[in-house]
Unconditional design. Structure first.
Length: 117
């Protein structure tokens, strides 16, 4: 997953779990980043005729929110693989809304199976 992977985002709707008011919560942005990483990794494995590897987010580093996302505004995330090791990967997630960067962070994803686990 060394290339940039744009992942179609979500539409935060008011009164849902991560959008209790007029704005999508920072926790929702982080959850969206984690789910986007899982989706990108799974799609890449399936496209390469492989099986999806189970894993989990082991840590989040320097997740920064730059602006609020109003409810009803679609967000999308781009994923970049920064480092690939046998047992884990370090990925960068950048979240956009209306073409503007709203959040960026690094997540370490640990593989449950395979070499190095």
């Amino acid at each position: 997953m060394s290339a940039i992977h744009p992942i179609q985002g979500i539409l935060p709707i008011q009164d849902l779990f991560f959008c209790p008011g007029d704005y999508f919560l920072e926790e929702g942005l982080l959850e969206h980043a984690a789910q986007s990483i899982a989706l990108a990794a799974g799609l890449e494995r399936v496209q390469n005729q492989g099986q999806v590897e189970p894993g989990f987010v082991g840590s989040v580093n320097s997740f920064i929110t730059y602006r609020k996302v109003p409810s009803g505004s679609t967000i999308y995330t781009e994923i970049r693989e920064l480092h690939l090791y046998p047992g884990f990967s370090v990925l960068q997630a950048e979240i956009f809304c209306k073409g503007k960067l709203v959040a960026r962070g690094e997540l370490k994803v640990v593989k449950i199976t395979g070499p190095g686990t």
